[in-house]
Design a protein around this ligand. Structure first.
Ligand code: PFF
Length: 493
């Protein structure tokens, strides 16, 4: 018999903050600004907003409706839609679990850098420091080398923090998010204001936003916009379904979805000012054009930003603020992914929460140790690509297919509207039946074609197999088996 904790969020604000906390993460602060710049600045914003309203928010409403109106974590809610779809929920949360195993490692890098900030330990050469001292990066993905003790220690601290944050599920998260959502926002605002007052900042911002309208005709821009919207809203990993399942029955999911979607988009937009103003300043300092100092991914946070911090007044303090911001941005995304898995296991197998928290946390920690080896960054890169570009789109496609085509969408819409301040119209049925599955399917096909043409990141094919296809296949097989267990639990009532 499944165990259904009767735990609700402390308040509506707690839920909204938790969902925003999950959505706002590293994706907003450095992925968004660079993608925006790359695909035509202001023009990308238009495509992004279109993707947000035609697919992102409708999918968010769908996930909220699955969790709250249909009721349950991802496997249970999808199993209630149709018991043959419970496995899709498991696929979502298992892929999410794989993501947390390396997400926590990026948190460990940040925790280590928080300590390094105190003494500006990266010195005049932050690049050598990052790759050779912190990561001790080897020269190839199969040169694994040894593990790093400081990174393991940081990982352990982060895992204890993650597990404590979800200790009693929504009840604990309700309290934690008041700090982990507002604090990074406050720091971000300080960094934006500080950044905009630096000499050269205007040049950086100009790069970020100058619209190149012609790019609106390019299919890649639209692909990038939909990808960014899906990833940024934390849909496709069962997180928003689990979070909505802790909402009381009379909650307004439509309003919540709009608030969360818009908060996420505006954070991304504002984050761009912090990043690009600092890059503009750094470019001026070096006497080079802004595009020469632009770096995305780990380089930005762990190489470029430290280099910029060296030149700022109160440098150690800015460093501490920056890495506290990264850690607090990441923690609520990380624990939301774990909570989705915990909820799935509890509801299917009736296992107690504390035990599930500890076992899953310990397992993820042990797997994470692998990413602290000297080839860790390479593996992280491969696994991340496969999980986000295949797992996310596959789940978004299957989820919308399940509800759009195997469930009475119109009845669900009416159920949602019973408690919503502003009713959603028939357009929502169209988005769930056609727009979301089509967009997700096209994105999935594009991802598959691109890795067939050339391996991602030019890694060897065997590395793709080990880091990409095998974990996906394992998640799929385990998902199907666990889906059967959920279907059995559901049929026992
Ligand atoms: N939305 C997060 C970001 O933009 O960084 C990443 C993420 C967190 C994706 C949690 C998915 C998820 F379930």
């Amino acid at each position: 018999m499944a165990l259904r904790e009767k735990v609700y969020w402390d308040s509506r604000t707690a839920f909204v903050l938790a969902a925003i906390g999950s959505a706002i993460g590293l994706g907003n602060i450095w992925r968004f600004p660079f993608i925006c710049y790359k695909y035509g600045g202001g023009a990308f914003l238009v495509a992004y907003l279109v993707a947000l309203f035609v697919a992102g928010i409708p999918l968010l409403i769908l996930e909220f409706a699955l969790g709250q109106r249909i009721g349950g974590s991802a496997p249970v809610a999808l199993g209630k839609v149709n018991k043959n779809f419970a496995w899709v929920g498991w696929l979502a949360i298992l892929v999410g679990f794989i993501i947390t195993t390396y997400y926590a490692v990026i948190m460990s890098w940040s925790a280590n850098y928080l300590v390094h900030s105190l003494t500006l330990a990266w010195g005049d050469d932050p690049r050598t420091f990052f790759y050779q001292k912190v990561l001790r990066l080897s020269d190839g993905i199969f040169h694994i080398g040894s593990v790093s003790l400081p990174l393991i220690l940081g990982l352990l601290v982060c895992w204890v923090w993650i597990i404590l944050s979800i200790w009693k599920g929504a009840r604990t998260v309700s309290k934690v998010v008041y700090v982990t959502v507002t604090l990074p926002w406050a720091i971000l605002i300080i960094l934006v204001i500080g950044g905009l007052t630096l000499p050269g900042a205007g040049e950086g911002v100009k790069y970020y936003l100058t619209p190149n309208w012609r790019q609106l005709l390019s299919p890649e821009l639209w692909q990038a916009a939909f990808t960014q919207v899906f990833f940024s809203l934390s849909v496709g990993f069962g997180v928003m379904i689990a979070y909505a399942s802790f909402l009381p029955p009379n909650s307004d999911v439509v309003n919540n979805a709009f608030i969360i979607g818009l908060a996420d988009a505006s954070t991304a937009f504002v984050g761009g000012f912090a990043v690009f103003s600092a890059l503009g300043y750094y470019a001026q300092l070096q006497g080079v054009p802004v595009e020469d100092v632009m770096k995305s991914g780990p380089e930005l946070a762990f190489v470029t930003y430290p280099a910029i911090i060296n030149h700022l007044p109160l440098a150690p303090l800015v460093g501490v603020l920056f890495f506290v911001m990264l850690l607090t941005l990441a923690i609520d995304s990380a624990f939301s992914l774990v909570e989705a898995v915990v909820a799935g296991f509890m509801e299917t197998f009736g296992v107690p929460r504390t035990k599930t928290n500890i076992i899953l946390g310990a397992l993820a920690f042990v797997i994470g140790i692998f990413y602290t080896t000297q080839a860790g960054l390479y593996w992280l890169d491969v696994v991340d690509h496969y999980m986000t570009f295949f797992g996310l789109f596959a789940v978004a496609f299957l989820e919308s297919l399940a509800v759009g085509w195997f469930y009475d969408t119109e009845a669900l819409r009416r159920k949602i509207n019973e408690y919503s301040l502003v009713d959603i119209g028939g357009w929502w049925n169209v988005t769930v039946k056609f727009v979301v599955p089509l967009a997700a399917f096209v994105l999935l096909v594009i991802s598959v074609i691109s890795v067939i043409k050339a391996p991602y990141g030019e890694y060897p094919r065997t590395a793709e197999l080990i880091g990409g296809w095998i974990p996906l296949a394992l998640a799929l097989v385990a998902g199907i088996l666990l889906g059967k267990a959920t279907a059995r639990t559901l049929s026992q009532g």
